[in-house]
Design a protein around this ligand. Structure first.
Ligand SMILES: Cc1cc2nc3c(=O)[nH]c(=O)nc-3n(C[C@H](O)[C@H](O)[C@H](O)COP(=O)(O)OP(=O)(O)OC[C@H]3O[C@@H](n4cnc5c(N)ncnc54)[C@H](O)[C@@H]3O)c2cc1C
Length: 472
């Protein structure tokens, strides 16, 4: 179906009322640009429902009037999954006005909220009840739980608590026919056939619009011990992470690898010495946390560092002596993406490998880049807990970012993905498939898997209403 430039959105205006439909060009921009400004999307309008019932009615109206829909949370995704595609007449459904915390159960350790809740607000609600919502990522001040579910977000504490898929207890989802899949229970065990909610986690909005989420909580972390470790040359990262897990009885909540080159970019952006350095094998930000003051966290951390030094894996380490020092360590880790931008930008290859293959991947992928693109600066860092490494190629001085991105994605990226795949890994980890990686899915996905994906999509969304162009 081809769309007139200004299709009639009056049924949506009637449904959603004042402030419910955005159509003016200036306001649309923040919904139509993807996070990395690689794609300029297009939409006749953005719909801003306030309730699950309104989302159901939107879906019915869209089907009746021939509009596709693109669910959107905070629009912080990296692969254009929430970007309405030019020419498809897709309306964006933004859940930003559905941000109610529905309940927090500090005894059963669960939190239920609308899917438009900003992740940081959900964390704060849990904390106010003495609980921890461990999902934590750099975009937590703007990403929303529906988006976290849509992308199966991981983040900074995956080593101990897992990713979104491990944290979701229940979901409420509006299906493409407007009916409601309501599985918002706080039950931990419920064997009643297929665990259907799992279908919608990581589905990138292609099977329905998530409107409600129930998450597992943990006792709040009341003490933390944080160290910055300088790794020795050829330090075996998987063995270090395993030793940390054993020595700390799994109290490590963060194990973030930071390459010397990424650290150099942060220093260059600040124009000052950071006061922390990387060893020849890079650096690791290690944090232990506990909910009880009776656990001697600092002793455990010191003992672990000693064991790592004795094994020759760590050359030196700095312990955070104050909350200010701890924050400073975290700020360095969190400003790497900004520092990459400041240095002219990077092409982000978001891969994952089994944790035990992280060092092999870095050595082999580094060699591939050195051979095929000599002189290209790398910046790599990542969450060792889920084997998710951001392996980024810096845009050379004087090169156009978009042109360089295209060149890398058509060329050397495939050699890097091949290394990850050979090691049992994936060409897509944190970011998902979205619109930028859908060709890769066809190229690297095996036939049985692709057929099954297509069959599920056909069964749930036969008319292709939901987020057409994303993933498939
Ligand atoms: C600085 C920074 C740091 C980041 N760090 C991490 C990290 O550590 N780990 C990580 O995994 N990601 C990370 N990301 C990527 C991004 O923040 C996550 O993918 C996040 O989960 C996206 O949430 P969002 O609300 O912004 O979703 P959006 O970008 O709005 O949407 C993402 C996808 O989910 C779908 N979607 C959105 N809402 C719904 C809904 N209600 N129902 C169904 N589908 C929906 C969209 O259609 C789209 O396909 C980072 C991004 C930035 C900018």
């Amino acid at each position: 179906m081809s769309f007139p430039p200004s299709p009639d959105l009056s049924p949506f205006h009637d449904l959603l009322g004042e402030g419910g439909v955005v159509t003016d060009a200036a306001s649309l921009t923040r919904y139509t640009h993807d996070q990395r400004a690689l794609m300029q999307g297009q939409t006749p309008g953005v719909l801003r429902p306030r309730s699950t019932e309104e989302v159901q009615e939107i879906v019915r109206l869209a089907a009746r009037h021939g509009f596709g829909l693109v669910p959107q949370g905070g629009n912080t995704g990296y692969v254009g999954g929430a970007t309405p595609e030019p020419g498809r007449g897709q309306l964006v459904v933004s859940l930003e006005r559905m941000s109610r915390i529905r309940s927090v159960d500090a005894t059963g350790f669960t939190l239920a909220c609308d899917a438009g809740t900003i992740l940081a607000d959900a964390q704060a609600a849990a904390e106010a009840h003495g609980c921890l919502l461990p999902l934590s990522l750099g975009a937590e001040g703007s990403c929303r739980l529906g988006g976290n579910v849509g992308t199966n977000a991981g983040g900074l504490q995956v080593l101990r608590y897992g990713m979104t898929r491990d944290l979701v207890l229940g979901l409420e989802v509006v299906l493409p026919d407007g009916s409601l899949f309501s599985d918002v229970r706080t039950l931990r065990k419920n064997n009643i056939g297929y665990d259907l909610k799992q279908l919608f986690i990581g589905a990138e909005g292609t099977l329905g619009i998530v409107t409600g989420v129930v998450l597992k909580l943990w006792p709040a972390q009341t003490q933390r011990a944080t160290a910055w470790m300088q790794l020795a040359a050829d330090a075996p990262i998987p063995e270090i992470a395993a030793l940390v897990r054993r020595e700390t009885a799994d109290l490590a909540s963060t194990f973030e690898l930071i390459s010397a080159s990424s650290l150099g970019l942060v220093a260059a952006m600040r124009g000052a010495d950071l006061g922390l350095s990387a060893g020849p094998g890079g650096a690791v930000l290690l944090e232990l946390s506990a909910s009880s003051p009776r656990i001697p966290l600092e002793d455990i951390l010191l003992g672990t560092l000693e064991a790592l030094m004795e094994a020759g894996h760590v050359e030196d380490a700095v312990l955070a002596q104050s909350e200010r020092q701890r924050r400073e360590m975290w700020t360095i880790r969190e400003t790497i993406p900004e520092a990459e931008k400041h240095a002219g930008g990077s092409v982000k290859l978001d891969i994952a490998v089994p944790t035990s293959a992280v060092s092999d991947f870095l050595a082999r992928a580094g060699a591939v880049v050195a051979e095929h693109a000599p002189g290209t600066r790398l910046s790599f860092y990542g969450h060792v807990g889920d084997g998710n490494i951001h392996f980024n190629l810096m845009v050379p001085a004087g090169r156009d970012r978009i042109a360089f991105t295209a060149e890398v994605e058509e060329g050397i990226a495939h050699a890097v993905y091949a290394v990850a795949i050979e090691l049992g890994g994936s060409f897509s980890a944190e970011y998902g498939i979205g619109r930028f990686k859908r060709d890769l899915l066809g190229r690297y996905g095996d036939a049985v898997r692709l057929d099954l994906l297509a069959a599920v999509k056909r069964a749930v969304d036969p008319a292709g209403l939901m987020n057409a162009g994303a993933m498939t």
